[in-house]
Design a protein around this ligand. Structure first.
Ligand code: PEP
Ligand code: MN
Length: 334
């Protein structure tokens, strides 16, 4: 719409789109409003708008993902998680154990990472393990412990949901729903998370292209949920020396293609604690809006992902280096 378009002008366009049987999605910027027209071959109907007022331009969005594209929303999306802003200038640190193993270890970890500057606590309650015989998580009991840790430390909580039927339960406790790499194309789960009203952290599928990942985000956005955070967590390649290969190309590329915030998980990506700090720093240097890091009081006793978890001392080293890097980039920790 032109910058002088009135609410009535915008409404007339929305009504016309609905008459044709297509859907709209409004993007209100400071200067002007964009009316997204969603539906197969929407551009073919452009003549239907020729008599309406205050249309500045009709642009075909050439990407298969529309709501996630920068063409649709030129300005960065900033996801506000109870005051913690993800996608702005400041870098957000999410940290905590791979799995919640008990109240004491969780509280100890939460207190430590909060004191070091993390603002979001991670911790799995429902674990999507590759083997059905591995530790599967403590379920709702773990969600209660996460909520307790939030009350005590003020950290916001991110935790994974693995089944559409669990979304409501997990959303009762979590501030952000994490959708894991193994579920990136679980479309029923994406849609349910899209309807939850909670921000969603969408991990990239380990064998998914960037386009497939943004189309997965589109499933969530198309349910009316704008609060999607992308997370690069490593992809499968021929290399077997590390657990996955961290695709840092994805960070600046996702920022070019999409307005959504992107964070990086160097813990899952490398599978080795000694590689976590250098790749965390590289991710921030490449433009990541945040990091999600596995931290455990005693990694060698962890029930999941101990080999890639930082102990407190190594987490502190990371935070110290991160602050130095951010200083050099004239950026800050959130
Ligand atoms: C995790 O964060 O512990 C996890 C299982 O992540 P991913 O889905 O990326 O493997
Ligand atoms: Mn893990």
């Amino acid at each position: 719409m032109t910058h002088t378009a009135t609410e009535a002008d915008i409404k007339a366009v929305v009504d016309r789109v609905n008459e044709i049987g297509l859907k709209t999605e409004l993007s209100r910027g400071e200067e002007r409003t964009l009316v997204g027209v969603i539906g197969g071959n929407a551009y073919a109907y452009k003549e239907a708008f020729s008599h309406l007022n205050a249309i500045h331009e009709i642009i075909p969005i050439t990407k298969p993902f529309k709501l996630a594209s920068r063409e649709f929303r030129p300005l960065n999306t900033v996801v506000d998680v109870g005051g913690v802003k993800i996608g702005g200038d400041e870098v957000v640190m999410m940290a905590g154990p791979c799995s919640v193993e008990g109240e004491d270890m969780l509280l100890e970890t939460a207190r430590h990472v909060a004191a070091q500057g993390a603002t979001i606590l991670r911790g799995g309650a429902f674990k999507p393990r590759t083997s059905p015989y591995s530790f599967q998580g403590l379920g709702e009991a773990a969600l209660k412990m996460m909520a307790l840790a939030r009350d005590e430390t003020g950290l916001k909580v991110v935790t994974e949901v693995v089944a559409p039927g669990d979304v409501e339960l997990v959303a009762r406790y979590a501030d952000i729903l994490q959708l894991g790499t193994r579920n990136m194309q679980n479309y029923a789960l994406l849609q349910e998370a899209g309807r939850s009203g909670k921000p969603v952290l969408l991990k990239r599928g380990m064998s998914s292209t960037i386009e497939e990942w943004l189309l997965a985000a589109e499933y969530i956005l198309s349910q009316g949920n704008r609060d999607v955070i992308l997370c690069e967590r490593g992809i499968r390649t021929f290399e077997t020396s590390t657990r996955f290969t961290l695709d840092l190309n994805a960070v600046p590329l996702a920022r070019e293609l999409s307005h959504l915030p992107i964070i990086v998980d160097p813990s899952q990506a490398t599978g080795r604690w000694s590689l976590v700090r250098p790749l965390a720093l590289a991710a921030v240097a490449a433009g990541a809006h945040g990091l999600i890091i596995e931290v455990h009081p005693t990694p060698n006793q962890a029930l999941s992902d101990g080999a890639q978890s930082l102990d407190f001392e190594n987490f502190d080293r990371l935070m110290e280096d991160l602050r130095r890097l951010l200083g050099a980039m004239s950026r800050q920790l959130a």
